[in-house]
Design a protein around this ligand. Structure first.
Ligand SMILES: NC(=O)c1ccc[n+]([C@@H]2O[C@H](COP(=O)([O-])OP(=O)(O)OC[C@H]3O[C@@H](n4cnc5c(N)ncnc54)[C@H](O)[C@@H]3O)[C@@H](O)[C@H]2O)c1
Ligand SMILES: O=C(O)C[C@H](O)C(=O)O
Length: 329
């Protein structure tokens, strides 16, 4: 076990996701059971007291790996020395809204946070943006941190990935661990493309095992892409524990590597692969090793998949234009 703790900054620490996330980080599930962590919680001034209350509860957990908790109301202090940053703090949508509708309300949060990361984060900083619209908020933070390698900024589509794996495993009557090589392409929005063309179940092609294109197009894809809205409808609030769980999965895999023979999905800065314009933060099939994401190359993209990917990427381009107009990038 290393004695030097890893500094993990979490924004929106007093929110729903924050409450589900922080105790799992403290217990060692974010980075692994031999890594000490120091938590740095960022909140807006009105919610600092609540974050301090959570810090008291974290202390009461007596977590063996937790080296301390500090609470901040300024991004500069919160990101100073950060090795991992989870940008969760942002308004969630409510019934009837699309995530893109949050751009004006939330986009402004990510410019000063990108600047603060640029100014003071550790050299090995890794950033995961969860706050919606996650891809474009990540783009705003990344573009405002010109001294940080662009590849260190990512946005969360792991929840969509996990939802796709879960729906597929339920359809096939297997457990999630039997499913491999599912992909979420594009934006964390209703235009995302959950793709099982290359997925396998216990070694067999999953699309063939399903054998039902109607189910795939009219049930599976819309169910996964609109699951966030379904949760809001049924639960009365935006997903929280499942989102926290996906954030843990994303960072754990980034740092510790993906499992052999499988890949996962993450929104990362495009290098132009699969016709996604370079620079956009779009979801891809990715593996991780040595602490770096890599886009899985060489997959055949059929005409159905091409059209879906292009539609989601077009939406990302529109969002990028919108934040350019707002002066955020
Ligand atoms: N990418 C995904 O898969 C995914 C999944 C679920 C939720 N989300 C998004 O995550 C975000 C948070 O969701 P939640 O349910 O925790 O919301 P919440 O309203 O419960 O909590 C948000 C917290 O962020 C804080 N906050 C607002 N502005 C801030 C700032 N500038 N700095 C620091 N903190 C700030 C608020 O005070 C609040 O405590 C929402 O935008 C939601 O849509 C994304
Ligand atoms: O759908 C939402 O607005 C919340 C989140 O992005 C989700 O996918 O559950």
């Amino acid at each position: 076990m290393s004695d030097t703790p890893v500094n993990v900054t979490v924004t929106g620490a007093a929110g729903q996701i924050g409450y589900a996330l922080l105790f799992r980080i403290a217990s060692g599930q974010l980075l692994g059971a031999s890594t000490k962590v120091k938590l740095r919680l960022l909140e807006i001034p009105q919610a600092v007291r609540a974050a301090e209350g959570t810090a008291l509860e974290l202390q009461d957990g007596a977590f063996p790996l937790l080296a301390g908790v500090d609470v901040f109301d300024d991004p500069k202090g919160a990101f100073s020395g950060a090795n991992v940053a989870l940008l969760v703090g942002a308004r969630p949508r409510t019934k009837g809204m699309e995530r893109g509708d949050l751009l004006e309300a939330n986009g402004g949060i990510f410019k000063p946070q990108g600047e603060a990361i640029n100014a003071g984060a550790a050299d090995d900083i890794r950033v995961l943006v969860v706050g919606n619209p996650a891809n474009t908020n990540a783009l705003i933070a990344q573009r405002n941190a010109p001294d940080v390698p662009a590849e260190r900024f990512t946005a969360m589509t792991r929840l969509d990935h996990n939802r796709a794996v879960a729906q597929l495993s339920a359809k096939l009557g297997v457990t999630a661990g039997d499913i491999r090589n599912v992909t979420i392409w594009g934006n964390h929005s209703a235009t995302q493309y959950p793709d099982i063309v290359h997925a396998t179940v216990a070694g067999r092609n999953a699309a063939e095992a399903v054998g039902d294109q109607q189910w795939l197009e009219n049930e599976f894809i819309p169910r996964v892409a609109k699951r966030g809205a379904e949760i809001i409808e049924v639960r009365g609030a935006s997903s929280a524990a499942s989102a926290a769980s996906a954030a843990i999965d994303h960072v754990y895999d980034w740092v510790n590597g993906t499992r052999e023979g499988d890949w996962t999905s993450a929104a990362i800065v495009s290098d132009g692969s699969y016709g996604v314009p370079a620079g956009l933060i779009s979801s891809f099939p990715v593996t991780s090793s040595g602490g770096r994401w890599e886009i899985v190359q060489g997959l055949d993209i059929d005409a159905f998949s091409r059209a879906r990917i292009d539609a989601s990427v077009a939406e990302l381009e529109e969002e990028r234009s919108a934040v350019e107009r707002l002066g955020l990038i």
